[in-house]
Design a protein around this ligand. Sequence first.
Ligand code: SAM
Length: 315
Amino acid sequence: PPFHPCDEAVIATNDDASDCKRSAVRLGYWKDEYIGYFVRNQDRKAPEINRGYFARVKGVEMCVEKFLKKTNDKCQIINLGCGFDTLYWRLRDTSHNVTNFLELDFPTVTARKCYMIKRNKTLLGRIHVEDGEVRLSPTDLHAPNYHIMGVDLRNIEEVENKLQQAEVDFKMPTILLAECVLVYIEPQNSQNLLKWLARRFESAVLVNYEQVNMNDRFGEVMLSNLRARGCSLAGVDACKSLDTQISRFLECGWHGCRAWDMVQVYQSLLPSERQRIERIEMLDETELLTQLFQHYCLVIAWVGELFQDIEITVE
Ligand code: SAM
């Protein structure tokens, strides 16, 4: 379908995120055997970017881990604006076996993801099928417990249709991930989506990683860099502060919500892991990194009781 020119720029943000993840993985910040299949680019990013992505990926992973532990894997994972994220395969390499795993993004993005999976024996071969099969269309993939689907998240009816196609159980505990996605969506549309999700799921947690404290000088520079690439950043109003992040979820009917900036999230990671990655690339000057960390956050909202005692500390 024809896209608004802004959508093209938003779609391109996925290439950027994937390149950055690949850069950090190549240097050994964390293990991901799969990201390299989706990204050709071998650029090395600045140490601050690599560390920033480390905190981002580990922060999200920490939430997923806690959720899987709480639910004993009897749960669903829904990755909103998934891009080329590889969590599905990374989890396949652990003992976790979640009930259902869904990924949604614009059809242009899911088509590329499906195409790359189709051509790649490792990616395709590690999709769990038991006695089912993997069905592929140009934009969608359906396996017994893994689904990739092309959809515009601004279109709730279409989102609901896709979730039904993937046999989502609205009563089953569900963790929704939105990693740098909501900021690109117009407030009216993201509010509709967040309200609908809060109403539709009985027991759900949404993990939102995105910009925060965008009103200061550093934030303004970050935004103008993104805008220079053609992104409209329509949803940036909710990124003013941790409080605006929290209230947007509460106003949309989520029962509770907590938010941390990435300085706090980074501090909560295992000290031994932090020491390990801090040795990969030395930083003489940590001011830029701290500023970056102050301008991103991890927000956790929930409906139901599963996550009301959530802490970001490692267990
Ligand atoms: N979550 C992935 C990650 O962190 O690696 C990708 C992040 S990328 C910055 C943002 C993603 O959100 C893109 O893949 C983009 O296509 C997707 N996205 C933004 N607005 C969307 C919409 N209205 N419908 C579907 N996907 C959308």
